[in-house]
Design a protein around this ligand. Structure first.
Ligand SMILES: Cc1cc2nc3c(=O)[nH]c(=O)nc-3n(C[C@H](O)[C@H](O)[C@H](O)COP(=O)(O)O)c2cc1C
Length: 177
């Protein structure tokens, strides 16, 4: 792996988020999920990447058990491989080993005990410093139309539960190779 200054990739990071990037955790197992929300900025004078994970996700259990994560971004604005996108965005780590199923190649970093992913090599290593459940009553009602809540349960497509914001201090960054 090649260490980098994440600020040199700031625009690429922000442009990649809505296309779908990966959030990887390691507790019971290594597990990656697709995320389309994320906030890259500064708080407490520290570089922060916040992720938003619905309460019912397996990733939520993983993060609560081991509060570190990596954010994994394809290079040069490209999209995640379709198979990786489908496995990591539509299946739960509760039901299968996504690393094996998606064919992810893990690359160990050194700032956190969670690996990066060769297929999405731009890696932010983050340590959770704050978490907060979003209060649905306080979200602008205009946004609720694009926040469907029509699927109950904790299955991958379940969407009735609120997101928990996990703020990760970015304590390392590298290109997985
Ligand atoms: C494009 C896309 C973006 C997504 N963004 C998020 C997100 O920001 N937060 C979230 O909780 N789930 C998001 N999901 C859904 C999770 O990726 C999906 O439920 C996944 O199966 C959860 O995996 P896990 O159960 O192993 O944690 C997204 C899915 C897709 C396809």
């Amino acid at each position: 792996m090649k260490k980098v200054n994440h600020l040199d990739y700031a625009e690429q990071i922000i442009r990649s988020i809505p296309k779908g990037i990966l959030l990887t955790t390691r507790a019971e197992k290594v597990n990656s999920m697709v995320i389309g929300w994320g906030t890259y900025g500064v708080e407490w004078g520290k570089p922060i990447f916040a992720v938003y994970v619905r309460e019912g996700r397996f990733t939520r259990e993983q993060l609560d058990a081991h509060p570190e994560f990596t954010v994994n971004i394809p290079l040069s604005g490209s999209r995640l491989d379709r198979h990786i996108f489908d496995v990591c965005g539509m299946h739960s780590g509760r039901d299968l080993d996504k690393v094996a199923e998606a064919g992810l190649t893990l690359v160990e970093g050194d700032a956190v005990d969670v690996p990066g992913i060769l297929q999405a090599p731009l890696t932010l290593e983050c340590r959770v410093v704050f978490r907060q459940k979003q209060d649905l009553d306080k979200i602008d009602p205009k946004f609720m139309s694009s926040y469907p809540q029509d699927v109950p349960g904790t299955a991958p497509l379940g969407n009735r539960d609120a997101h928990i914001a996990y703020y990760g201090e970015i304590i390392g960054a590298y290109l997985a190779e």
